[in-house]
Design a protein around this ligand. Structure first.
Ligand SMILES: Cc1ncc(COP(=O)(O)O)c(C=O)c1O
Length: 397
């Protein structure tokens, strides 16, 4: 719907964009912090370790060497080579070539580009519910219609092929997959992935797969959509350096897709932002080509935090949590507590924040109905803070 007066008459697309559902909580948390209240935030969607030194140094060296000008819109050749090699190895796909890659300023930009390049007004886009808010907002921006697949707790919040199947119509243009999943931490099984990909192939539907948490895997093996030998025909794969290398502020993401798609996406870059920051891409090369063993310790630390949260949350009366297999989020069910107190998920989150300074996010911020009655708790913070925050949460309850 158009908004505003005539002189400032924004177009329909821009009016479809909404703030992140988490915005009001982070804003209030900052206000409380400014007034001196101690804030413990389980709201953050980023890791807490610093970007590894060798990556930072690569950017510093690039700056010192004057690598500060425009670079190719689809990314510098050496970074695209590293992406092709890294993704081929990590996913087990084996044969991705640099021409099938594109560097972008973050996975979010890649999500935008994928949706804006394919979705036309009236097209239906199948989106998991709950899910990362950009999928819905950007689908609406493109004039598309989000079709939500409710992820059920009894199915470990997996997006099941049979649930997706019931939603497919002759208007379905795209299915969005996100595994490991924000906000539930669920990792889809190989059978889930194969089932969804088969459905997409049978019905000529494009699959956009957001795999930004692919290194945060605690249990089962991770399956990428790129393991399908026919991926070039119907897949846009999205990843980023934000979560694995703790580079959220660097804005480095990438797409893997067939060459024709990459050529089209490149035209968007040429006409809108020219290129991804030159010296950041040098850091990206260092990240992908450098030592990867630092992540072993990180993953162990995150696993301990996850296990701690899982055990402690399940000790609280009225709270029921699954132990998620991936990402760094846990998604406890608090429906019993809400029923007893006649509160909505948003209300309890707001009260918790105001009274205790603890930030937990309502499942409804992601961004639709299925998150009602759940909290998203991020464990991108040290275990001593997790413990303190949980104590405050228990006291509050
Ligand atoms: C599922 C998912 N995709 C994409 C992003 C954004 O990643 P980037 O920092 O690379 O834009 C996030 C960030 O929270 C996310 O949770």
């Amino acid at each position: 719907m158009r908004e505003g007066n005539l002189a400032l008459s924004f177009g329909n697309s821009i009016c479809e964009l909404k703030p992140a559902g988490t915005f009001q909580y982070s804003r209030l948390a900052s206000e409380l912090a400014e007034k001196g209240k101690e804030i413990i935030s389980f709201g953050i969607g980023e890791p807490d370790f610093p970007t590894p030194r060798h990556i930072v140094n690569a950017a510093i060296n690039a700056l010192r060497d004057g690598f500060t000008k425009y670079v190719p819109p689809q990314g510098i050749p050496e970074f695209r080579e590293e992406i092709a090699r890294h993704v081929s190895e990590f996913t087990g796909t084996g044969d991705i070539i640099p021409e099938e890659t594109m560097v972008l300023p973050g996975a979010k930009q890649a999500i935008f580009l994928a949706i804006a390049s394919y979705v036309e007004p009236g097209d239906e886009v199948v989106i998991p519910d709950p899910s990362f808010y950009s999928y819905e907002h950007l689908t609406r921006y493109a004039g598309g219609k989000p079709i939500f697949v409710p992820l059920k707790e009894e199915n470990d919040f997996r997006m099941l092929p049979e649930d997706v199947q019931t939603l497919i119509t002759n208007r379905t243009k795209m299915i969005i997959i996100n595994s490991p999943h924000n906000p539930t931490g669920t990792v889809l099984t190989e059978a889930d992935i194969r089932g969804i990909l088969d459905l997409a192939k049978e019905n000529s539907i494009l699959v956009v797969s957001d795999e930004v948490y692919d290194h945060y895997i605690y249990e089962e093996r991770f399956t990428s959509v790129l393991t399908d030998p026919e991926w070039r025909d119907f897949v846009v794969y999205i990843n980023s350096l934000s979560k694995t290398y703790s580079m959220t502020g660097w804005r480095l993401g990438y797409i893997v897709a067939n060459k024709e798609a990459i050529n089209r996406f490149t035209l968007f870059a040429v006409n809108s932002y020219s290129c991804t920051t030159s010296f950041a891409q040098k850091a990206g090369v260092a990240a992908l080509s450098g030592p990867q063993d630092f992540f072993v310790d990180i993953l162990e630390k995150y696993r301990k935090r996850r296990d701690f949260l899982y055990h402690e949350l399940n000790k609280i009366r009225g709270v029921r949590a699954k132990n998620p297999a991936g990402a760094f989020y846990i998604f406890p069910n608090i429906k019993e507590i809400l029923e007893q107190r006649k509160l909505s998920t948003e209300e309890i989150v707001m009260q918790l924040l105001k009274k205790t300074g603890v930030v937990m996010l309502p499942g409804t911020a992601f961004p639709h109905k299925a998150g009602e009655g759940y909290l998203r708790i991020s464990y991108g913070l040290p275990i001593k803070d997790i413990s303190k925050g949980l104590e405050k949460f228990k006291e509050f309850l």
